[in-house]
Write a protein that binds this ligand. Sequence first.
Ligand SMILES: Nc1nc2c(ncn2[C@@H]2O[C@H](COP(=O)(O)OP(=O)(O)OP(=O)(O)O)[C@@H](O)[C@H]2O)c(=O)[nH]1
Ligand SMILES: [Mg+2]
Length: 330
Amino acid sequence: VTSGLPHLASTPSIQALVDRAGAGDVAAVSRILSLVLNPGPQADEVHRALHRHERAAHVIGVTGPPGAGKSTLVSAMAAAWPGDGRIAVLAIDPSSPLSGGSILGDRVRMKELTGLGRVYVRSVASHGRTGGLAVGIERAIDAVSALGFQAVLVETVGIGQVEVEITGLADTTVAVFSPGQGDIVQAMKSGLNEVADVLVVNKGDLPGAEAVARDLRRLTRGDHGAGPIPRPVLRASATNRTGIEALITAVADHRAALAASGDLEVRRVRRGHMHLRSTLDQRWSVALATVLSSAECSRAAARVASGESRVDDVVPGILAEVAELIRPVQ
Ligand SMILES: Nc1nc2c(ncn2[C@@H]2O[C@H](COP(=O)(O)OP(=O)(O)OP(=O)(O)O)[C@@H](O)[C@H]2O)c(=O)[nH]1
Ligand SMILES: [Mg+2]
């Protein structure tokens, strides 16, 4: 898809920032993400500077019920990642006062990672987006991928029911379970069994982990879910750092199978689709809110209420104004 718009060169400062971020400068990566997470002229410049960069990162979604150990597991995976490629961790922050405590915990735990240099950790505020994701997460994933990161681990919000929207963005979705979390069958019924590519029972150091793994194996037996290969059910302990290499291997094997079957491209297109859709959603709702709050719209509302105008006659004019507002300025 070409926009038909001229691709203006980015300013030297943004280009220099992108160059530094691409070379591994963590502060520069941080700045870039802050820019892309806040739509505006500078975000547009960053996008221009990243335009045509290769996006080869393995996008891994990590989801599962609250407290299953997603953050601890993601930290352990990032720390144990083989090779010298850079790993980004994007943790969705529900920015809700109710979960403030656990978020602080995440930050503290994840902080120990930032010293490694290879691992970049960022929490992304959900800004009210549901489905376990955050507004702008597509842009954040796209940016770190374009900056040359090898893998992006996206930890979703666990808000009680299992959140599966991440599967629209990830190449590989890891579902994290733990013993003693209640009804596994219920969790599976909520959809995770259909979407998870790798299932892991974390807290393998606690009693009951093997029983949960057995239940999961029974539920997934002979069922390949949405992917090309049978889904592994693994056991790990994020705190004891056991089973982490096997989990990383399972995730890498899944990607290799996707590449071999052609599904990697399918998932990449699906991610692009979600990126497009969420961008359209956002720009559309901002423009619609602006038009709806205009005096002209209030007058139209009064005419509709009195029966003077038919709603179907008023709507096309409003749609045209919204479209006018959405039109890019450059
Ligand atoms: N025993 C044990 N505890 C663990 C393990 N992994 C995580 N925990 C503990 O479980 C609690 C929750 O861990 P988190 O990593 O914050 O879990 P989470 O899934 O990210 O939680 P939310 O993001 O709040 O949904 C913490 O107290 C961890 O220390 C493990 O392998 N074994
Ligand atoms: Mg967490």
